[in-house]
Ligand binder design. Structure first.
Ligand SMILES: [Zn+2]
Length: 342
């Protein structure tokens, strides 16, 4: 058998030099040493040769194989080294580059006011109660003494999901759910989102936030209610804040009152040039409250002859606007970082 080992060696050396990565090097190894590789084939022919021919040819093939294997090993080491250096180069940190600025988030103004109020009431022995956003008409209206012909049940004001299911228009359904599941004494606050079928404009958004309070116990009076409202107003707007009750009407409280708070801009002393915040009245109307209607107690299985209670519902958005001088509630929902950060 005539094999020009010089030519073969030249071919293989060229192939080794041309292998630019590990996979092509592996392909070359298989081409030569694999089951059907060229060197393997040569070794297989040894058996067919005469003994002295076999010795000489065998020597040459084995020498060639050794040289080839060494070539493969060296080429692999070189390629691995090259790969590592490239990887290290890529991962090098340039310590002179400026750092990436990380934006630090902060509480949404509505969430921070909600927390501030919740903290106050927890400190006064209230617990936090929650209820579903999707509510039955019964809990949202009927159990709150709001009959079917009441204007607030109009489809134009309420977002109906089906005939009898609504997006809650107030946090008050949580009151009813609590009275049904707890025995007095009850002291809860229920913060959360509420929904109305309002078009978005400078004074309305279809979703806003309330915090509802409910206290039921023996001997609860209007004086207790007023004391708590005063405390909340001072906690929000400062020690010198005063409140006044103005008679009002809510279906689920009797008597009911609007809570006015002294204007935090002018402190109730309207300057000669006038005050934009309170429109020169010295007072800002902020939330509503009242003594729980006996019929509401009765419907929830609480004896109004033994127990009495009060409830209040604060609009968190309105309080937040008042605190921060925000004139357009749409800002709360627009994810404008400039607004939220200031
Ligand atoms: Zn004012």
């Amino acid at each position: 058998m005539e094999i020009n080992f010089e030519t073969l060696r030249g071919d293989v050396e060229r192939a080794l030099a041309e292998a630019m990565d590990i996979p092509s090097l592996e392909a070359l190894r298989v081409r030569m040493l694999g089951k059907k590789g060229e060197i393997t084939q040569l070794l297989k022919t040894l058996g067919t040769l005469a003994p002295d021919e076999r010795r000489v040819f065998g020597q040459k093939v084995n020498d060639f194989r050794r040289v080839f294997e060494q070539g493969i090993t060296e080429a692999r080491e070189f390629l691995q080294f090259k790969q590592q250096s490239q990887a290290i180069e890529k991962e090098t940190i340039d310590v002179t580059l400026p750092g990436r600025r990380r934006a630090i988030g902060r509480r949404h103004p509505i969430a921070s006011v909600q927390d501030k109020l919740t903290d106050l009431f927890i400190g006064l022995g209230f617990t936090v109660a929650e209820g579903p956003h999707i509510e039955s008409e019964y809990y949202n209206f009927e159990a709150l003494n709001t009959p079917a012909d009441h204007p607030s049940r109009d489809e134009q004001d309420t977002l109906y999901i089906t005939d009898r299911i609504v997006l809650r228009t107030q946090t008050s359904p949580v009151q009813v759910r609590t009275m049904e599941s707890m025995k007095p004494p009850i002291r809860i606050v229920a913060p959360g989102k509420v929904f109305r079928a309002d078009e978005i404009d400078a004074t309305h958004t279809p979703v806003f936030h309330q915090i509802e309070g409910l206290v039921i116990d023996k001997g609860i009076t209007l004086g207790d209610l007023k004391g708590i409202q005063e405390l909340a107003a001072r906690h929000l707007f400062g020690e010198n804040t005063k409140i006044r009750f103005r008679p009002s009407y809510f279906p689920f409280t009797e008597p009911s009152a609007e809570v006015d708070v002294t204007c935090h801009a002018c402190g109730g002393n309207v300057p000669p040039e006038g005050c934009r915040v309170c429109k020169d009245s010295g007072w800002v109307e902020l939330w509503g409250c009242g003594m729980v209607h006996p019929r509401v107690l009765e419907m929830s299985g609480i004896d109004p002859k033994v127990y009495s209670g009060y409830a209040f519902g604060m609009g968190i958005d309105r309080i937040t606007s008042s605190l921060f001088g925000i004139t357009d509630p749409r800002n709360y929902f627009e994810n404008d970082m400039n607004f939220l950060a200031n």
